[in-house]
Design a binder for this molecule. Structure first.
Ligand code: SF4
Ligand code: SF4
Length: 355
């Protein structure tokens, strides 16, 4: 990828816009976090929470009981979000956001040389900057390696029209969700290059699996909709919330606890996290099926009237690490090669034949 040049100038472009995966854009992350970690609601889905356990070195039930992640209903689904903390007057920052200044970088070099050595090169260089005053160098993420999906490829995100039970995706589009403005650098790249370097495909597959389970839940009356056409399961609201909340609490699942005891202590375990996420979602499906059998309700009498029944998701296909979660780049096309011998010969003229 090309080197960062100057700060980006987006002019009057709208904040949200659909873009092409391979279109040329001028964008580079400055690491300052001014528009991605400040005054933003950061959504947390079940796999995000599996990963955040490693960032915090704590099990999921502790992360939710101390309200680092809280929950609310959005569009009939229970979705988590990260806590905020005060930032500058009138603004809040994500709970993991730590601003580093040139003075702070210098102090860290003295107090914790290992932590200083792990900082990005640009931040380390600021420790020796000749400037007299204190200035902001970067916004560091305390969960960087395991930060949620919405943070990873910011400001580009994937939008999926429909996730089918077998892992087929319909209407997958790239979207720029924000303008980083003066926070960003101006670097020639493409949205595909940006998301590739942010290592987000594992998250996308995991969230597709959750979306497929959510569709299954919705179609069997376990969505939380006010719409009078929606036929909800005959369950108290607290029980419905608990059904969904279980998807966010892998460490409360007895099978996970037995097979992966204290796995959250590892700094990173992508394969283990995939297996844990699969187990938790499989158990969520089993729990709903068992509940339907126990209540003796026919699934055809639940969910949105007239909408077809959603088949049970095939989690092994949805989570298969070889499944591509975005369309491949279109192959480059060239005009057919023409041999020199095939080139039309110019008619000989009186002048050239004479030469
Ligand atoms: S350039 Fe954008 S993504 Fe990078 S830190 Fe700034 S606001 Fe965040
Ligand atoms: S998790 Fe990290 S990248 Fe995401 S908003 Fe918080 S500090 Fe920023």
């Amino acid at each position: 990828m090309a080197q960062h040049a100057s700060h980006a100038a987006f002019g009057k472009q709208p904040k949200h816009a659909y873009v092409q995966w391979d279109e040329a854009v001028q964008w580079g992350c400055s690491l300052k976090g001014w528009n991605c970690c400040v005054d933003k609601g950061i959504a947390v889905r079940p796999y995000d929470l599996v990963r955040l356990r490693h960032a915090l070195g704590r099990p999921s039930n502790e992360i939710t009981s101390d309200e680092t992640v809280t929950f609310a209903w959005h569009g009939g689904l229970l979705i988590g979000s990260l806590a905020h903390k005060p930032y500058t007057p009138g603004h809040v920052a994500c709970t993991f956001f730590e601003e580093m200044t040139n003075v702070g970088a210098r102090a860290l070099r003295e107090s914790d040389p290992d932590a200083f050595a792990a900082l990005p090169e640009r931040v380390r260089a600021a420790a020796d900057a000749p400037a007299k005053g204190e200035y902001r160098v970067a916004g560091l993420c305390g969960a960087h390696q395991n930060r949620p999906e919405v943070c990873r490829a910011f400001p580009y995100q994937r939008e999926v029209g429909l996730v089918l039970a077998d892992g087929t995706l319909e209407d997958v589009r790239a979207r720029r969700v924000n303008l980083c403005g003066s926070c960003a650098l101006s670097t020639p790249t493409t949205p595909r290059e940006v998301v590739a370097t942010e290592d987000v495909a594992e998250y996308w597959r995991a969230n597709d699996a959750f979306s497929a389970v959510a569709s299954y839940y919705r179609s069997r009356g376990a969505g939380n909709f006010d719409d009078p056409r929606y036929r909800r399961l005959p369950l108290p609201q607290a029980d419905l919330t608990q059904l969904w909340a279980a998807m966010y609490l892998p460490d409360s699942d007895p099978v996970v606890r037995e097979r992966y005891p204290e796995q959250w202590r590892a700094p990173l375990d992508i394969e283990g996290d995939r297996a844990i996420h699969a187990l938790v979602l499989e158990h969520a499906l089993d729990r709903l099926d068992a509940l339907l059998a126990q209540l003796g309700v026919d699934s055809a009498a639940l969910g949105t009237k007239g909408a077809p029944d959603v088949p049970r998701p095939q989690l092994d296909r949805l989570l298969d690490p070889s499944r591509e979660p975005i369309p491949p780049a279109a192959p480059l096309t060239f005009a057919p090669e023409r041999r020199v011998d095939d080139a039309p010969r110019p008619e000989a003229t009186a002048d050239t034949s004479a030469a």
